[in-house]
Structures are given as C-alpha cells and as structure tokens.
Design a protein around this ligand. Structure first.
Ligand code: GTP
Ligand code: MG
Length: 431
C-alpha cells in the first residue's frame, strides 16, 4: 500500500485562501504556509498559492465567480490536478468550483482526513478515520462528486473511504453503523486494558502538531516513539512510565497533535483515543516557542481542550525548542503570561530535570497523607494498605498497628471505603 503511494507521481496542487473575512492578510498568509505543509505531507507538490481579499464570502463560488474563472485558467496553465481551499467549503461550493475549474476541489478538512487515512496504522485508528471520512463525505455525495472522484482519485479521495464514495448513501449509512459498532467493540477492549492503570497518576502530552511531544516522551522515558518533522507523525496513544523513585511514578501519554480546524468529525471519531487525555490528572500543554504562530496555536489547543471538556484538568505549559529560539527575551515574557510554565528543549536536551520536578510537584499535590489504625491480626487490611498506599512509617501499640502512608486522592477514598467495611479507621492528616 505504502509502496503504491510512493510510486505515484506527486499531484500538482494550487492553494487558495481568503483574507478580510475571518483573518487579516498576515494571518491568512501564515495559515496558507501551514496548508502548504499539510499538502506536502499528503504528497502534493504546491505549484501556486492564491490569496484573495474579500469583505464577504460568495455563497456559490466562495471566492466569487470572476476569481474562480481566473483560478480555472491558472490551474489549466500550471497543469494542476487539485485545488485546495484553506477554509471549509459547502457541498454546493465544492460542486460549483469543481465544475467550473474541471479540477478536483477539496478543503482543509478533506486534506487532513486524507493525511490521517494514509497514516492510520492500528485497526482502531483506521476505523476511526474511515468513519470520519464517510461522515464528512455523506452530505457531499452528489452525483457530480462521485463521478468526479471515480475519475480523478488521489489526494482527498484516498483511504479506506474511497470505494464507498462510489456507492449510494444508503450503503454508506449502513457502513457507518457497522463501523460505529466495531469501534464500540474496540473501545470495550481498550477499557479492559486500561483498568489496571486506573490507580496511576496520568500525565497527558497535548499540543499542536509537530511541537515535539513524541521527542519529549522519548527523552523523559528513554523510549523510542516515532518522531518526524511532519505533521501528524503520531496517531495512536502511547503510554510510558515516568519514574521518580522506585515507589513513585506517573504514566505519560503521548497522542495525536491538534491543528487549526481539526475536522470535528475527526475529533468525534478520535474521542476514544483522546479518552486517555480526558482521564489525565495533569495536562502538559506543549508549545513550539520557535514557531512564529505559537500563540495562535496555544489558542487552538485550548479550544480543542474545551471541546473535550477538559477545562478543569490542571495544565502545565511546556515551552519546547528554546534551543531554536532567536529572541530569548520571549522566555521571560511568556513566563509571566503563562503560569505555571517550564522552558525546555526536548531534542538537545535542556532543562528536562526542571520539567520532571514540576510534574513531581503536581503528582505530590494530589496525594494525601493518611493515618490508618488496624488490628494487629488483620493481615488482609494490612496488605490492602500496602497495595494502595505508600507506607511512610508504622508503629505498633498493644494490639494495634498505626500506619502513616501516602496515597492518591482516589486511592485514599477507596481505602476509606474499605476501612468502613472492615471496621478500621483511616484519617487524612494532610494534603
Ligand atoms: N530544534 C528543536 N527541534 C525539536 C525539539 N523537539 C522536537 N524537535 C523536532 O520537531 C519535530 C517534530 O517532533 P515530534 O516529536 O515528532 O513532534 P510531535 O509533537 O510528536 O508531532 P506530531 O506527532 O506530528 O503531532 C522533529 O523534527 C523533532 O526533531 C527541540 O527541542 N528543538
Ligand atoms: Mg508525535
């Protein structure tokens, strides 16, 4: 499959962006730079980038009929095969534009879905992407579009969804239902696998794509997660242990990166993968401080976190790639603006111990110190305490054993519950 894709000649692409409606010229330019990266990641060769200033978007042609005709000419001249719009097009706009230009017309969402389709490795990721692609294509499935996709193929029409585009809506709906069921099954297995991790303190790496999350994961845990200077190198969640001492560790979770306009179908499909993030006790919001747009990226990530209902999870801002930063003054400014924050280089590596200290601080904060008093003969309770808490010291008084121990908030609650059943006492003495 991969070999096939490699041997295909690069598709020539023209990118189109509009400024003046949602974004000013400078911002639109940055968005188009990112779109170019995305297009290249999908295997296209960008032959031209067209930017238009408009006060209002055109309902029929998005950029207006006149500009669309100009675009058709340019595409003809440069022998482009695909035209990629930075913003979402309505199904009608897509249809009109592809009829007028006689080229394949896709938008940012379709492009991102295409990249995900090519990158998905596991059964879960493949199922999730196919589901997202089908949901995306369903309202766009006009006769003209299916006809076109059969004719042209390539970027925007690849992946597991492609053959489905040729069949009618009813079949697609049926396929969606069956994929949803399959995902449910996979999710159940995932829950099973996750059960034994329930007690651990979980730290999730979140952030814009390509900020260095996997590099950081590798550096902190001495592991070998796939790293690449491409967008969406990581699609599946990976979990590794980060140890502070023989008895103290947290689980570090690396997962898919976010991007501006991550298609909502995709976020919905990837919810189970992101569930690992949803359950985290701490989020490391990682930022590429050497990127010219890093503050906009922070805003995007915050929006996705909000959509995932994660506003209440504690966040530690991890500014990465300080080795590549020219203006070092930025560090002080950001230290004031984002709190709490650390400044590191995952690749060099620099200041990773500071980061580890900070994570440790959060980990300790969510722990409680307990005093458990049990009967000296109660071996079952004793071993329960040892399995759920870290015992600091223990004193024997007549027929009683008094243990001071440290436990996560969750485990402390469980122990109290257990103590009630067994009739011994557990008190929180700090935390
Ligand atoms: N200069 C510099 N480059 C870094 C640093 N950390 C990571 N990189 C580079 O940034 C690129 C992306 O790194 P990844 O670790 O794959 O980034 P990611 O956030 O996991 O990306 P996705 O999985 O695609 O979302 C790679 O080329 C890394 O070598 C750093 O501290 N400094
Ligand atoms: Mg990664």
């Amino acid at each position: 499959m991969l070999e096939e894709i490699k041997s295909v000649e690069k598709e020539k692409a023209i990118l189109v962006g509009v400024s003046g409606v949602e974004a000013n010229r400078w911002v639109t330019e940055e968005h188009l730079n990112e779109l170019e990266l995305l297009a290249e990641t999908a295997g296209a060769q960008v032959v031209d980038i067209i930017m238009q200033d408009r006060k209002k978007l055109d309902a029929g042609y998005y950029i207006g009929r006149g500009k669309a005709e100009y675009l058709a000419n340019v595409a003809q001249e440069l022998k482009a095969e695909v035209i990629i719009f930075d913003d979402d097009l309505t199904p009608a706009q897509t249809k009109n534009l592809s009829n007028l230009t006689d080229k394949k017309v896709i938008d940012r969402s379709a492009l991102i879905l295409d990249i995900f389709a090519n990158r998905a490795q596991t059964r879960e990721a493949r199922t999730q992407v196919e589901l997202a692609q089908l949901r995306y294509s369903l309202p766009r499935l006009t006769r003209a579009w299916t006809h076109l996709s059969r004719q042209v193929g390539g970027i925007g029409t690849r992946g597991p969804g492609e053959t489905q585009l040729e069949v009618d809506r009813r079949l697609i709906r049926r396929r969606i239902t069956s994929l949803e069921r399959e995902l449910e099954k996979i999710e159940k297995q995932r829950v099973q696998r996750r059960k034994h991790r329930d007690e651990a303190f979980k730290v999730a790496l979140v952030g814009y794509t390509n900020v260095g999350k996997s590099t950081l994961m590798n550096a902190l845990t001495d592991s070998d997660v796939f790293v690449e200077n491409r967008l969406f190198a990581t699609l599946d969640a990976t979990v590794r242990e980060l140890k502070f001492s023989p008895n103290e560790s947290v689980l570090l979770i690396d997962t898919v990166g976010f991007i501006r306009k991550l298609p909502h179908h995709l976020v919905a499909s990837f919810r189970s993968t992101l569930e690992e993030t949803v359950e985290a006790n701490l989020l490391l919001h990682q930022i590429d401080i050497s990127h010219p747009d890093f503050e906009e990226q922070i805003a995007t990530v915050r929006t996705v976190l909000h959509d995932l209902k994660l506003d209440d999870t504690p966040v530690l801002y991890v500014f990465n790639k300080i080795d590549a930063l020219e203006n070092k003054n930025l560090i002080n400014a950001m230290r004031e603006k984002y709190e709490p924050s650390v400044f590191v280089s995952a690749a060099r590596p620099l200041f990773l111990n500071d980061l580890k200290q900070e994570i440790y601080r959060f980990y300790r904060q969510t722990e409680q110190v307990l005093r458990c008093t049990i009967h000296a003969a109660d071996g079952e309770s004793l071993s329960k305490i040892y399995s759920m808490a870290e015992v600091i010291d223990r004193v024997i008084e007549e027929d009683k054993i008094i243990l001071r121990s440290r436990a996560s908030v969750k485990n402390a609650e469980r122990l109290k519950h257990f103590a009630q059943e067994k009739g011994f006492s557990v008190e929180t003495i700090s935390g």
